[in-house]
Design a protein around this ligand. Sequence first.
Ligand SMILES: [Mg+2]
Length: 250
Amino acid sequence: MAPPELDRKSALFLDLDGTLLEIAATPELVVVPPALPSVLSHLHRQLGGAVAIVSGRPIGQIDRLLAPFLASAAGEHGVSIRYADGTLEDLPVGIAVPESWREALAGAAERWPGVRIETKPHGVAVHYRLAPERESEVWQLVRDMVAPDHPWFRLIPAREAVEIGLRAASKGHAVERFMGHAPFHGRKPIFIGDDFTDEAGMSMARQFGGLGLRVADVFGGDPAQVRAWLTLGMERMEGHPPPDAAGTTP
Ligand SMILES: [Mg+2]
């Protein structure tokens, strides 16, 4: 499947790791290509602000990685949302991973070199990319903590990682909430993602008459191809001003 042509009626929902950025050995080691923030800023202007980053990372980390680009964002798989006008919304408020779970995970990380715990405001991720032989033990540990019918938390599988996150939030809910607000409302959403948690975002984009694009299927599994497609869309739109602006262009 070839990626669609981006036009000025689109809204972009973009996952970060594995979609805009190559996966690194640990989350802190990702490299942001120097041109990426500027391409995103151009697209943001061309799409009337309808660009949102929808990531498992907290919003503060998204901002730091993509600075000076600053836009709508959903962090922690949809737990936190920042709308285009800067309004912040946390859903639901006041639930955090129990301290006993955090302690048990920290203990496991000490016993298992290469296993890393990433604490987030509302959840916790366990990364085993550097210790793939620990995969089954990591899963056993988190399965013992979070039962399949746990009322508040769920396990979110990721690439060589598993996260304990809030059941009530998802990237699909994030897309739905953005689509109810300006400047996303009425636009055709295009969600691009690479991972399990992106599926909910893709399916919601399709429910709004848009597209859900898997990096593996549409971009050869290569974030560089996603960035190239965004750059091409930006250049095309630069060359073709919207009809209502044509009369005023000198
Ligand atoms: Mg991803």
